[in-house]
Design a protein. Structure first.
Length: 100
């Protein structure tokens, strides 16, 4: 039988993979996928604690996280498409269009 510790360990591993992917890769699509992985790891931790404590608030936070993730993907992909159309590259190091 799985305990809450197993879920939290899995959540920590997923969050670590996402953090490493965010720091190492320079492709914005991979960076967005890493952010999504970190958000899903946090969601898994919320659901695990919600189940363990028999509270519903953790599952409500998961819905809020999913809404934020969907909005982030929509805005982020629009920015990536706009940058690719103007600069013909999506490498984060080559793009400096957002500088003031």
């Amino acid at each position: 039988m799985l305990s809450v510790n197993h879920y939290i360990l899995l959540s920590a591993i997923l969050f670590s993979i996402g953090a490493v992917g965010m720091l190492v890769r320079r492709n914005p699509l991979v960076m967005f996928m890493s952010i999504e992985l970190m958000l899903n790891a946090a969601s898994l931790a919320f659901v695990a604690f919600s189940y363990y404590l028999h509270k519903i608030e953790g599952q409500v936070f998961v819905f809020l996280i999913l809404v934020v993730a969907a909005a982030e993907v929509a805005v982020g992909l629009a920015i990536i498409v706009a940058l690719f159309r103007t600069r013909q590259t999506v490498n984060v190091d080559d793009v400096n269009a957002l500088k003031g």
